[in-house]
Design a protein around this ligand. Structure first.
Ligand code: MEV
Length: 323
């Protein structure tokens, strides 16, 4: 028997990085998913098969002390998330069973679309069910958060994993997590083909925040943008939402987490008529998200020399699901 689950990726409308310090954030699940298929084995080993995570296809067999040895740092990190997720599921169901896990994903790795959270949530969900257990959203989101925090040396908030678990637009502030009523948002994503290291980028912001009072103020200002944005979201006020996304991007730039390619894509989307645009996720390279109500931001992104792919994204109101 095999058991499969999938979970959505996400973009941040507002609030990444500041959420790590207790400010609110609003991530939104999008209609691109990661899935995990899990099968119980006769032995006690963990085998991870991850064709979507590398061009060549990739299979790693974990024994008790087998180190991951792959060239691509992003793939190695992704395997760390899968391993952590399986261990969490085994601990929850009280099993030591061997498992074969196949991970597939429409989400680029480490690019700000929540690939690791989606992979962890889908893997725990599928593994618990394959081992005969049952898990509710609260327990799943909490376990997925602990796996992310572990792999990222403690540098994580609950935002990505909660959003991947419940779907839709969510608001996370410290331990307070809830779904928001949100309209369908005209989202466009641009991807530069690169990635950032979330743990390192979060640590960089932490250092700046400790060194400079104005960096700490910048983190608080992002929280103010999010509070303002929440009102604009419930009023479905695209113009204000866009303006606030631009503001948020400026503050993230000030905190040192943008990149030239991200800034160029943000400007391309704005010049293509987007109401606003910003980087999404940890930054350093990866994706931008634009709000494009009637403009041609996707085309403008496609024409940008730094943009590898651009696509329209819909808010996905469904979180983790059995496949
Ligand atoms: C990464 O997708 C979002 C960050 O805020 C880190 C986190 O919340 O865990 C940068």
């Amino acid at each position: 028997m095999t058991t499969s689950s999938s979970a959505p990726g996400k973009v941040y409308l507002f609030g990444e990085h500041a959420v790590v310090y207790g400010e609110p954030a609003i991530p939104c699940a999008i209609d691109r998913r990661a899935s995990a298929t899990v099968e119980r084995r006769a032995d006690d080993r963990l085998r991870v098969h991850a064709p979507a995570l590398s061009l060549d296809g990739l299979t790693v067999d974990f024994g008790d002390d087998v180190a991951v040895d792959v060239d691509d740092e992003r793939v190695a990190a992704a395997l760390g998330y899968v391993r952590g997720a399986v261990e969490s599921a085994r601990e929850y169901v009280d099993g030591t069973a061997g498992l074969t896990v196949t991970v597939e994903s429409d989400l680029p790795l480490g690019a700000g679309l929540g690939s690791s959270a989606a992979v962890v949530v889908a893997t725990i969900h599928a593994a618990v069910r394959e081992l005969g257990g049952d898990i509710d959203d609260d327990e799943l989101a909490e376990r997925a958060y602990r796996v992310e925090a572990d792999v990222q040396d403690g540098e994580a908030s609950r935002a990505d994993t909660f959003c991947a678990t419940v779907g839709g637009a969510v608001r996370v502030e410290g331990e307070d997590r809830r779904r928001l009523d949100a309209p369908d948002l005209p989202l466009v994503v641009g991807y530069d083909g690169r990635s950032g290291n979330t743990g390192e980028l979060v640590a960089g912001v932490r250092q700046r925040r400790e060194e400079y009072g104005f960096a700490a103020d910048t983190v608080e200002a992002i929280g103010d943008v999010v509070r303002e944005g929440e009102g604009a979201l419930s009023d479905n006020d695209t113009e204000t939402l866009g303006e606030l996304m631009d503001f948020d991007h400026g503050l993230l730039c000030a905190l040192g987490v943008s990149a030239r390619s991200l800034d160029e894509m943000v400007w391309a989307a704005r010049e293509g008529g987007a109401a606003g645009a910003k980087l999404t996720g940890a930054g350093g390279g990866g994706c931008v998200v634009a709000l494009d109500d009637g403009g041609d931001a996707r085309r403008a992104l496609e024409l940008s020399p730094v943009c590898e792919t651009a696509f329209d994204a819909a808010l996905d109101r469904e979180g983790v699901r059995a496949e």
